[in-house]
Design a protein around this ligand. Structure first.
Ligand SMILES: Cc1cc2nc3c(=O)[nH]c(=O)nc-3n(C[C@H](O)[C@H](O)[C@H](O)COP(=O)(O)O)c2cc1C
Length: 272
């Protein structure tokens, strides 16, 4: 089978998933590539999925609460396959990938895609902070090597496929661990307040407005609206002036729990 065109589709507020998707795509080496970035609310609102007859797709999302992020369902349910080859990528903060990849595999298979490969990678945890570093610096060079290797493996696998219909299904494992099992949904809201602004550092450049995946930032005051904020902390991590801060709600508890759960380095898991 020959693939000449590739769609790189991702949701990635803090860019770890985006990096992995592009690294795989680059080493796979498909000549013509296009991007569907669903990280902003506007893109998701205006989302209409179309795929050309000979296109393959890499779909990348982060793991939230050990699952597919709830906010992506309206878009992901519109992604329909008709037998097109698809590569799945999830990125998690070294705590637990839970069932996200398994859910995504089931969903995309049911929606008509042929899953060629799937992988979970590790990215710096959204809640990571100078004091509590969780997967800080990930994905690192070792992760990137694995993503490059995966691109090469996919390219080889695709070349050897004669009939995509006969391709065996991947047996993707996953279970709820840690927080996903014990805590009620959306417990991230109980871990931290929405970000606060340091008025001495904020230059009102409004970059945070572009970064927020859910339009939770007031365009006038630039304050985060607590009820809308999903705690991805993209506006904190990517603020050019370091003007936004994470404030934990129960600092000792959060620090102990997350540090403990994310302490042991986890490695990417590849299915091909
Ligand atoms: C609401 C929320 C829930 C999260 N849940 C988990 C989780 O269950 N397990 C985990 O290891 N990381 C979790 N994370 C961390 C992200 O999966 C991780 O930071 C990921 O690299 C973000 O991807 P991105 O950089 O592409 O946005 C969560 C982050 C957020 C914002």
């Amino acid at each position: 089978m020959i693939i000449d065109r590739l769609v790189n589709m991702y949701f990635s507020p803090t860019h770890s998933t985006e990096k992995i998707v592009y690294t795989i795509a680059k080493s796979w080496g498909v000549p013509e590539q296009r991007t569907i970035n669903i990280s902003t609310l506007t893109e998701r609102h205006n989302f209409k999925f179309n795929i050309q007859p000979d296109e393959a797709i890499i779909l990348g999302i982060p793991v939230y609460e050990e699952r597919i992020p709830d906010l992506l369902y309206p878009v992901l349910t519109k992604v329909r396959g008709g037998g097109h080859p698809m590569i799945l990528v999830v990125t998690y903060g070294n705590v637990s990938a839970g069932i996200a990849l398994k859910q995504l595999n089931k969903m995309m298979r049911n929606q008509g895609f042929k899953i060629i490969a799937a992988a979970s990678f590790i990215g710096e945890h959204s809640f990571s902070h100078e004091e509590i570093k969780i997967a800080s610096g990930r994905p690192d060079s070792k992760d990137m090597e694995k993503a490059e290797l995966l691109g090469i493996q996919i390219s080889r696998k695709i070349k050897n496929i004669e009939k995509i219909e006969n391709l065996p299904e991947l047996n993707i494992k996953g279970e709820l661990r840690a927080m996903g099992k014990l805590l009620p949904r959306h417990s991230e809201l109980a871990f931290a307040h929405s970000p606060i602004i340091d008025p001495n550092l904020c230059k009102k450049c409004k970059k945070c407005l572009e970064l927020c995946p859910v339009n939770a930032i007031d365009p006038e005051t630039l304050k985060s609206r607590d009820k809308l904020c999903i705690r991805c902390f993209a506006c904190v991590k990517l603020c050019p002036n370091n003007a936004r801060k994470i404030i934990y709600k129960k600092p000792v508890l959060v620090k102990t729990a997350l540090k403990q759960l994310g302490k042991k380095r986890k490695e990417p898991e590849i299915y091909i």
